[in-house]
Design a protein around this ligand. Structure first.
Ligand SMILES: [Zn+2]
Length: 459
């Protein structure tokens, strides 16, 4: 069986890649309403590609926001069903001047595809579409496959929960498979066994009722930017521990055994620093880098603004300053509870010289998947087959807020089989996806279906 897959993929690899590049040319930025028609256009193209690649049925389905694309290939109702989740929306591209080539003009350099969405997640979900084609065209499909490709992941999937609730029957599956994360490296494959949760808020600090002359009033009135900077700076102590009362209350302790296993994953601190252009790392005392980004909660300022930032100098004492602040959460923290703690905390620590408005963006719960499930075993075996090495189970630092909702509504576990790399510049300028990772994914995914069908049938 493998040779027919390999032969088929070898013969069609140029086309597979070109089809994916077409998707990357559509600026499907869900955060910006000006791209509404691009969202529709991208969804239509995904639908068409699902049909062309072997789905019996595919549809662009409306929601209150951006449409969802659903597709299915039902082989035999008695066979197990795999639901593939992915997203066709992408992050905004600013700052544009830092891109070496247009974010929506995919450019191939040294075997890497540079474009927004190349790794997150168009290039990754499209591997599943081409894996489906491989199995359908070579008559080797062993599972039913359903696709749920949404258009609002990057803004926190505000409408997907309702969509899933309303369409439980058509989405029914035995496992959910997601490729929207990374491998440790091509030499050391890994499988994510968890994702962190998220709490995201925005605060606005207001001082005087209007922008003031900094000569006339400076020194007499609190500057909201200074106050905001102080508030933010107070959130970490000298050990980079978060100082907000209650923040760590529900954090589950990770067993020593898991920490030891994590420590066995290859990690080169020098390369890590060099890649990021920093001379020293920063983080919570008492934890390693992979622990800081996997098993520990964090708090980051995602944006800060206020006052004058145009060309030249303007001596102003601004009326307002704002910041976007988010926390990554781990089991058993609750996104709702932490969001509330953050909102209250920033209001509480503000001095009486300013007023603070705090509001909520999106959130999501942390998620864990067990390594003894049939889905995990199938994924592990698939990786072992094509990489020649057993994958290391790792916790991912990112968040896919919809995970808990998918599991709750559909009652099945999620398997994270990502083929990206941490160096893919997700959400940053010059996002890229290595062509070899794209092909490796297409090569590996059919084995997941093969092994999952076997274990599901044996029981
Ligand atoms: Zn993504």
């Amino acid at each position: 069986m493998p040779t027919v897959w390999k032969e088929y993929q070898e013969k069609n690899k140029e086309r597979f890649l070109n089809e994916m590049l077409d998707l990357l040319r559509i600026p499907s930025i869900s955060a910006k309403t000006e791209h509404k028609s691009d969202m529709q256009k991208c969804a239509e193209l995904v639908k068409q590609r699902l049909l062309d690649s072997g789905c019996d049925k595919a549809e662009v389905m409306t929601t209150e926001g951006c449409p969802v694309v659903y597709g299915e290939k039902i082989l035999d109702k008695s066979k197990p069903t795999v639901l593939v989740y992915g997203h066709y929306d992408v992050q905004p591209v600013e700052p544009l001047e830092l891109w070496h080539s247009g974010p929506f003009e995919p450019t191939i350099k040294e075997g890497k595809i540079f474009a927004r969405g190349s790794a997150d997640d168009k290039g990754q979900f499209y591997m599943h579409v081409k894996a489906l084609e491989t199995m359908v065209k070579t008559n080797t499909l062993s599972t039913n496959i359903k696709f749920l490709i949404e258009g609002e992941e990057e803004i926190g999937s505000p409408n997907l929960g309702k969509f899933v609730k309303d369409h439980k029957q058509i989405l029914k599956a035995d496992v959910i498979l997601i490729s929207d994360s990374s491998l440790l490296s091509m030499e050391n494959p890994s499988l994510d066994i968890g994702m962190r949760g998220l709490s995201y808020i925005e605060i606005e600090v207001t001082g005087p009722n209007r922008d003031l002359h900094s000569g006339t009033y400076g020194g007499a009135v609190a500057n909201p930017i200074t106050i905001l900077a102080k508030m933010i700076a107070s959130v970490h102590d000298e050990n980079n521990h978060i100082t907000i009362p209650g923040f760590y209350d529900d954090v589950a302790t990770v067993p020593q055994e898991e920490r030891e296993q994590m420590a066995r994953a290859p990690y080169n601190e020098q390369h890590y620093k060099e890649d990021l252009g920093v001379t020293e790392l920063w983080g919570e005392k008492g934890y390693t880098t992979s622990e800081r980004t996997g098993i520990r909660p964090t708090l980051e300022v995602n944006g800060i603004w206020g006052g004058y930032s145009g060309e030249g100098a303007k001596t102003v004492l601004p009326s307002k300053a704002s910041a976007k602040i988010s926390a990554r959460l781990v089991p058993n923290q609750s996104s709702e509870k932490i969001t509330e703690i953050l909102l209250q905390y920033f209001k509480k620590i503000a001095p009486p010289s300013v007023t603070v408005k705090a509001s909520v963006h999106h959130g999501g719960e942390p998620y864990m998947t067990p390594i003894d499930s049939k889905g995990y075993k199938a994924a592990s075996k698939a990786i072992e087959t094509t990489f020649g090495k057993l994958p290391i189970p790792l916790r991912g630092g990112g968040s896919i807020p919809i995970c808990t909702i998918l599991e709750k509504e559909l009652g099945v576990k999620i398997i994270f089989m990502g083929f990206g790399l941490d160096t893919d510049n997700l959400h940053s300028p010059n996002e890229k996806y290595d062509i070899q990772n794209f092909y490796k994914g297409i090569e590996t995914i059919p084995y997941f279906h093969k092994y999952f069908a076997i274990t599901e049938t044996i029981g």
